[in-house]
Design a protein around this ligand. Structure first.
Ligand SMILES: *[C@@H]1O[C@H](CO)[C@@H](O)[C@H](O)[C@H]1NC(C)=O
Ligand SMILES: *[C@@H]1O[C@H](CO)[C@@H](O)[C@H](O)[C@H]1NC(C)=O
Length: 334
């Protein structure tokens, strides 16, 4: 068995190298090291896929995850964090996310009959944040929260579906998009485990930033399946696997330049890509804008609201500034 794996790896490796037309030895060695890194990453991904396929969420996984706290992905293994860090500094456009590194990511079928979908973010065992505009045409009894999934196969598996007890749009929500925030309460609390955990809110002690100024130009991550379309079929095929991309937090002035007075600095953050690469992914409405603190926790800075996130070369995306709503959120967190 191991010999077959070895053989396959060698074939992949040789293919990588020969297809690169290495003309001299230096180039050859560079390609060799790139290829081995790539294969190492693929193996790692395979390992996590394999393991997470069998992952069960139980009382005991729940306790170990809650003991560690919000904002941690998967587990302690430094390798995955290492790889994640690489991706964040490396990618510009959307890239496949590593298997289950974003355990707070929720897919929402807001109107299953019409195939409308959005994303949401898990902030505790039974609370999901999303964009209020996602729930405009939604009936509570019809909304399905799909938690702990990474690919379309997980999304199609009813075992991952959770029913919703109530939805609470911000009272000052305007369509579209002022105060574009909503809370979804689940019927039953979830069990945490390798595929499910909550993200940290941008409050002390999780967020160390005292002043929004310090956030300008920090790297954030957006994740999504690219589900913002209202066409069910397009949603289905748009992105098979969860995508992620890194973007930078813009200053109020840059956001004003892009959106003029539509942008409200009190309640919104905008973020995008200074290099204006054309291949930047779209974030799903309701999905998260995250930053990472030095202790490894991921913090929810924003919820994807509006803007041409599909083409940030035209304008940055605008995100609901969660820190402006922590007081409103408080009663829902109990
Ligand atoms: C943007 O403006 C808001 C509201 O005036 C302010 O609270 C925030 O600190 C500003 N952010 C930056 C990065 O300057
Ligand atoms: C942020 O980065 C941009 C582009 O590199 C630069 O022009 C700008 O001065 C930076 N702003 C701050 C506050 O560092």
């Amino acid at each position: 068995m191991s010999r077959i794996v070895y053989l396959v790896l060698m074939i992949i490796l040789v293919n990588h190298i020969t297809s690169s037309e290495a003309s001299d030895f230096g180039k050859f060695m560079k390609r060799l090291s790139q290829s081995t890194t790539k294969i190492k990453n693929q193996l790692m991904e395979f390992f996590y896929r394999f393991r997470s396929f069998f992952a069960r969420h139980s009382e005991s996984t729940h306790h170990s995850v809650t003991a560690r706290g919000c904002g941690y992905a998967l587990d302690d293994e430094p390798a995955i964090y290492h790889k994640q860090a690489n991706i964040i500094s490396k990618i510009k456009g959307g890239d496949d996310a590593i298997w289950h590194t974003w355990p707070w990511m929720v897919a929402l079928f807001t109107n299953p009959r019409k195939g409308w979908s959005c994303a949401g973010v898990l902030i505790n065992e039974n609370t999901i944040l999303t964009a209020a505009h996602c729930l405009l045409h939604a009936k509570v009894s019809e909304i399905k929260a799909i938690v702990g999934v990474h690919t379309i196969l997980g999304k199609l598996n009813p075992l991952n579906y959770y029913s919703v007890k109530s939805v609470h749009r911000h009272p000052n929500f305007e369509d579209c998009c002022k105060n574009d925030l909503a809370v979804i309460k689940l019927m039953k609390p979830l069990l945490y485990g390798p595929k499910i955990n909550s993200v940290c809110l941008p409050i002390s002690p999780y967020l160390s930033v005292k002043d929004d100024d310090e956030l300008v130009n920090r790297t954030g991550v957006i994740i999504g399946w690219g589900d913002s379309s209202k066409n069910g079929l397009t949603n289905m095929i748009k992105s098979f696997t969860l995508q992620q991309a890194d973007i930078r937090i813009f200053s109020n002035e840059s956001c004003r330049q892009a959106y003029d007075t539509i942008f409200d600095p009190e309640t919104e953050i905008c973020a995008g890509d200074y290099d204006q690469r054309s291949d930047t992914m779209s974030g799903d409405s309701g999905g998260p804008l995250l930053i990472r603190e030095s202790d490894g926790r991921w913090i929810l800075l924003g919820i994807t609201s509006y803007g041409s996130a599909t083409s940030p070369q035209e304008a940055p995306g605008v995100y609901v500034k969660i820190s402006a709503f922590t007081q409103w959120l408080e009663p829902y967190l109990k």
